[in-house]
Design a protein around this ligand. Structure first.
Ligand code: NAD
Ligand code: SER
Length: 315
């Protein structure tokens, strides 16, 4: 029987991934943790504990007491926030991962999921259809921590046989939990502002293309990777996953199909430089070939669901 620990369950991904894992593995077999309280859905449906993942002793106690077999380690400081507090963010992103990897090695845990990001790429990476293997010179604290993390999870697999699995998520779009301080957050905020005020001031310029993905596709990809036969995985750093690429202008046009009076204006801030250093689109053929990655949502389907669900939520 699997017993799963989710670290960072109160965030944008954790709040939805925890619920999907509980559906599959049973509510009491998924222990949700975060440094801050969980949302009602997670708190009411199964076990939840406050955990600062930097506290290695408490992490170890939970793993031993709950007889944990798998960890999904989602806690991190995202790109925009990390640029405001570089050293603290480096410490949180890296020390938390090393705590989890060491515990997995010592306790022979079955599997570890850790998310990487398109932020591992940098200004010298080819921007269009960015390959799995290419130049990687990230110039943000967040990106440097994700690239270092990829090297470490691969190292623990090669050196100690820890079954590590990772995905380079693009920007994730969802309506359940707010985005956590990243550069791709505009693509979530825009929907809320459209429904609430009929207009949005975007912190990226109109033609800034970035890869994005709707949350149900990201959750499915995560669990598909974790359930894939180990022998099928040709890499243990992190897989490229592409999703949908668009610019703020294209997204605004899609929203206007549903809300003809919606208007967008542009006031780029410090996140513009981060976005300019990231890929515009991603080649995810290795993930498709190794474990059958595929998606359900395109821009039009995602926009329709986002607007419908946010209207319901705000009413
Ligand atoms: P988020 O900021 O919404 O959630 C992160 C959670 O981690 C928060 O609930 C926070 O309270 C928790 N946390 C922070 N410090 C902690 C600590 N010391 N101990 C325990 N919990 C702590 O982020 P997210 O969007 O859900 O991202 C989850 C993971 O996915 C991160 O590793 C992120 O880098 C990665 N990722 C996210 C995206 C995206 O678009 N959301 C894209 C690429 C990669
Ligand atoms: N969505 C994330 C961010 O913008 C990408 O990893 O930080």
């Amino acid at each position: 029987m699997e017993k799963i620990l989710v670290i960072g369950c109160s965030g944008q991904i954790g709040s939805e991934l925890t619920m999907e894992l509980r559906k599959r593995y049973g509510n009491n077999n998924v222990i949700a943790t975060d440094i801050r309280p969980a949302g009602a859905e997670v708190a009411d449906s199964g076990p939840f504990e406050i955990l600062d993942v930097l506290d290695a002793s408490k992490l170890q106690l939970i793993v031993e007491h709950e007889k944990i077999t798998q960890i999904y380690h989602l806690a991190a400081i995202l790109s925009g926030n990390a640029e405001k507090r570089p050293l603290q963010s480096w410490d949180i992103n890296m020390r938390s991962l090393m705590n989890v990897l060491e515990l997995a090695r010592e306790h022979h845990l079955k599997k570890i999921f850790w998310p990487s990001s398109i932020a591992v790429f940098g200004p010298t990476t080819p921007r269009q259809n960015t390959p799995q293997y290419t130049v990687m010179e990230p110039n943000t604290v967040y990106g440097i921590s994700k690239l270092a993390g990829e090297r470490w999870i691969e190292y623990y697999f090669n050196k100690y046989g820890v079954d590590t699995r990772g995905l380079r998520y693009p920007g994730l779009i969802s309506y359940k939990t707010e985005a956590g301080g990243g550069t791709t957050d505009y693509a979530v905020e825009i929907f809320y502002e459209a429904v609430k005020h009929g207009k949005y001031e975007c912190f990226l310029g109109p033609d800034t293309a970035l890869p994005m993905m709707f949350m149900p596709d990201a959750i499915k990809a995560t669990i598909d990777l974790m359930e894939a036969d180990s022998s099928k995985l040709s890499l243990r750093s992190s897989y490229n996953i592409a999703g949908i690429s668009f610019t703020p202008k294209i997204l605004a046009e899609e929203i206007k199909k549903h809300m003809p009076d919606f208007t967008i204006s542009y006031k780029p801030d410090f996140r513009q430089a981060i976005a300019d250093s990231w890929p515009a689109s991603i080649d995810d053929n290795v993930a498709r070939q190794d474990w059958g990655l595929h998606y359900k949502y395109d821009l039009s389907k995602m926009t329709q669901v986002m607007l419908e669900e946010i209207r319901k939520k705000l009413n």
